[in-house]
Design a protein around this ligand. Sequence first.
Ligand code: ADP
Ligand code: ZN
Length: 624
Amino acid sequence: MSDGDRRDDPRSHGGRRDPAEVLAEVFGYPSFRGDQEAIVRHVTAGGDAVVLMPTGGGKSICYQVPALCREGTGIVLSPLVALMHDQVSALELAGVRAAALNSAMAPEERAEATRAYLAGELELLYLAPERLSAPGTVELLQRGRVALFAIDEAHCVSQWGHDFRPDYLRLGALAETWPEVPRIALTATATPETHREIAERLHLDRARHFVSSFDRPNIRYRIEAKGTVRRQLVDFVRGEHTGEAGIVYALSRKRVEQAAEWLREAGVDAVAYHAGLPASQRLEAQTRFLREEGVVVVATIAFGMGIDKPDVRFVAHIDLPKSVEGYYQETGRAGRDGAPAEAWMAYGLADVVQQRQLIESGDGDEATKRNQTAHLNHMLALCETTSCRRQYLLRYFGQELSSPCGNCDVCLDPPRLWDATIPAQKLLSTVLRIGRERGRTFAAGQHIDVLRGVASDRSRSLRLDEISTWGIGADLSETQWRSVARHLLATGALEARGEWGVLAPGEPAKAILRGEAEVWMREEVIARRSAAAPAKTRAAVAGLDEAQTDTFERLRAWRLDEAREQGVPPYVVFGDATLRELAVRLPASPEALLDVPGIGQAKLERYGEAVLTLLSDEPAAAGS
Ligand code: ADP
Ligand code: ZN
């Protein structure tokens, strides 16, 4: 087919459609968000772009709309083969002609996608970067017409980042093969270093850079001291997020299975996910999480990249993440739909010791270890901070939030601070004395026993009760002492060494012991919610009254049936935000439906009638 023929096809994408119109008609959104419009116009006009936008910011629109406005097919390079099918289904439901080309597909499906591409029928084509290096792919793409290249998860090109994929390095060559085709690289990983590497390695020298605010105002950050983590986790998930979808992150496979078991025993629909499970089991966990409502996945960090389920209501960490980047990426998977969501973490002394040991015993060279230690220290500073968590997080990514956020635990429930200088001095001098007088030292627990004067066979045999700090800390509980130890470890005044995590004073200890530096700590309240807050009977729908919640639930049930029938995740049918608007506005005509965000022409045609019927059966409306 020649270009001329294609332009005559009224359904072709011949550079004539206006971006705002496409957004409204196809995606059903009344307006662009944030930088979306500037990006879309720039790329539609043929410019290259580097886009840094947090998870949930709306990156897909930035390349999908230009692909629909420009002539030819938008090629999307995405590392997530397992999710391409859902991405394509979602587009097809919106009336977009899309396909994927990957090794997981049957040969005849691949042949059909190829044919459609060459015939100029596709608006979007999804490929894994490794596909592009397979023989024949470049030639195939050259035989058709490319509207743009979108390079998703572009941080995978960074060798020092956490998701490096060698195939990304080859994507720089696109600039030479298709010098006239616009390229847009997108990522939610924002450190200045990664940003620079993306531009450099993908040869995006002439690109415009769009750096969005990394704030995720709908996510509430909460970090609490670890007590009995099982109880804390169950209280959080069952007590505060009944029936809602969420992800719980743990560090090891064993912890993952254990925590999934705790939740199941508490009646939560929880599934485990880690790299040690058979592929079929992992796929099932992922599918249930995506396709069903209210499933909780307990996982190692192997889970979640590219899972763009918009209605994840919480992300919980029961072990300490290794870096703020990791923490932000993982917590960012909550609340992509913009509705309220929570990022909750419990962390304690053992986490700090364990992470420090993991670094020390790791096989990295000195530079790697220093790098890891620096990452961990930033993470610990976030945990220990006594000011707004969000301000800290944004500052880490080089952005400023002018005033405290009002939506983190510190803002909502300002911690009471106490002067822990004297206890810190007592603990530090105990560590020093035992080291000096007994020629050895111990892990935190034994030092705390000395301070509290807890007699044991061991303390007797080592004559620890002769140490001059024996019993001088009986005024604090063991829990309080553990917090002091954790704080000193987090700030580097103490170091944990070797297999047993024996303590040694770090550099900042000197100033504390000389009385030149004060130690202020948050007073810890290990929240006990189960008694105070009864478990919710159903998922609260923020901001809806009872009748609206009923409608919302009925829409949700209808959506689930619909999604099952089509074999797609429920949010592909309609997002929660759309259901919420429907429940509030109760539209009674097709025109009114079109005004609801998330409903475009194709969805109106497909679902309009069913939704109107369901809404007109509204008990409240029928009764009036
Ligand atoms: P990202 O890839 O940046 O994490 P997505 O592209 O998945 O984000 O979009 C996140 C959510 O925001 C999706 O549910 C999407 O439908 C919605 N969204 C994107 N752009 C808009 C917009 N202009 N108006 C309303 N909702 C939008
Ligand atoms: Zn805050």
